[in-house]
Design a protein around this ligand. Structure first.
Ligand SMILES: C[S@@+](CC[C@H](N)C(=O)[O-])C[C@H]1O[C@@H](n2cnc3c(N)ncnc32)[C@H](O)[C@@H]1O
Length: 265
């Protein structure tokens, strides 16, 4: 079996299991995986602030489409591409649970034809799975699809939150074998993309909250309620507002986020 086919089967298997797990708990996603929901709500707010309400967005490797759900709710026009039919199934399940609908397509982005450009091309948790050559090709494809901006997110493997997460998952630290190092500033420069901003998201687990000097005790309690799946809607809102507010102050979150501006295509 080729390496690509193996990776593809692994993705399908992952999403198949994730669908079964999500279906079995019958919870809103915000109570199912609160820290991811919190992070993606905050990122979605940043993207809306940055692009304005009416912008069009395509996500490469959208997986469950969680981020697209929040962007859609924030009023943006969105579409998600993923190479795994099971990821698309999960995204449809999530759409149904949230009573929303945006377009989804099963596509390998490396081979897709570009019919249209979008205000921004976004991607989260995908690029680190590719080797250096594919990373460049991936950003090149994002660039070709974008009228102006790219948003690229991937795990910050040096952060304590990432390390604790991996340990909890009983995975082998520091890296799952198929993950690669990512150097966005270098690749942006090579591809004539201006690095507009770098931020850090995925700021909160219980340990990081304890040590956070920028949060008062009341806000700490609110975030802990969210992580403990006990929060009200207002507390959840406050928590992702705080994550967005701190995303350019705290550097040690789970996710790196880079914003690039396409200078020439
Ligand atoms: C780790 S998941 C991240 C999913 C989602 N973006 C998130 O943040 O939860 C990576 C996703 O990228 C998709 N993917 C990998 N290579 C791809 C490609 N060449 N074209 C489209 N999707 C791809 C996988 O199927 C998988 O769903």
């Amino acid at each position: 079996m080729t390496k690509n086919k193996k990776a593809h089967q692994k993705e399908d298997g992952f999403w198949k299991n994730s669908i079964a797990k999500f279906k079995s708990v019958d919870l809103e996603y915000e109570f199912y995986n609160p820290s991811k929901a919190l992070t993606y709500c905050a990122i979605s707010d940043l993207i809306r602030e940055f692009l304005g309400r009416k912008a069009s967005i395509i996500e490469f490797g959208c997986g469950s489409g969680l981020l697209l759900c929040y962007l859609y709710k924030n009023g943006l026009s969105v579409i998600g591409y993923d190479n795994s039919s099971y990821a698309i199934k999960y995204a449809k399940l999530l759409q149904k649970s949230k009573n929303i609908k945006y377009r989804l397509r099963k596509t390998n982005v490396f081979y897709m034809k570009i019919m249209k450009k979008y205000d921004a091309v976004i991607s989260s948790g995908v690029i680190e799975h590719f080797n250096k050559n594919l990373q460049i090709r991936f950003i090149e494809k994002m660039k070709k699809c974008s009228k102006k901006y790219l948003f690229i997110m991937y795990p910050n493997i040096n952060s304590q939150i990432y390390k604790r997460f991996i340990k909890k998952q009983k995975k082998i630290y520091p890296l799952e074998k198929e993950k690669f190092n990512v150097n966005i500033p270098f690749m942006f420069k090579k591809l004539n993309i201006r690095l507009v901003e770098k931020r850090s998201f995925g700021l909160f687990d219980k340990e990081s909250i304890k040590n956070n000097k920028l949060l008062n005790n009341k806000d700490k309690k609110i975030i802990i309620n969210v992580l403990d799946k006990k929060s009200t809607k207002t507390e959840f809102k406050r928590a992702h507002y705080l994550e967005l507010k701190l995303s350019n102050k705290v550097k040690s979150g789970f996710l790196n986020l880079y914003i690039g501006e396409v200078l020439a295509n």
